[in-house]
Design a protein around this ligand. Sequence first.
Ligand code: CA
Length: 217
Amino acid sequence: MTARTLNLDDSLYQYLLDVSLRETPLLKRLRDETQALPMARWQVAPEQGQFLALLVKLTGARQLLEIGTFTGYSALCMAAALSDEGSLICCDMPGDYNAIARRYWEEAGLGKRIDLRLAPALQTLGMLDQPGEFDLIFIDADKANYPAYLEHALRLLRVGGLAVFDNTLWSGRVLESHPQSADTRAIQALNRALKDDARVDLSLLPLGDGLTLCRKR
Ligand code: CA
């Protein structure tokens, strides 16, 4: 027994998936199609998608926002967990992968629930005039803007709402002492700032590549 987070080797990780992953055939097909793309690493882990769906249900979230959508796996997980009155705004850049996301959302019958806005996310966020109206915001876009996305998230979330950041352990690169990469520096800055940010309650889960949950106080 140990009082620290387990280090999952391949077989224990596979066990975790075997006993808990409830991926639908549609999600599995989307994940396989995405896996063949050059940017496949942008896709969330399937257990993260399932966890996001659980968060939507746990919090009773109705108004969702996603920053960084790619081929739409996490959006599909979250939209499927919404009640009929719920909706999801997705921010991403125009790219060939937008069509993949839309195709799967349509096939799932969730196309009407998801509003994909194609522009730099900071531009879309700046135009969102619904302060305090979002219940949950999932952030998985360009890492260099993570600190800026936090500020937008805190403006847009209701009190008690959740901001969820992906890749906050960044494959371990957060340990670099003099990172060349602006992405690494931004994730480090976000993590450091969140530690003492009195505006949020905080937990960094070692799920996937690190998933940080911030509850707006
Ligand atoms: Ca990610």
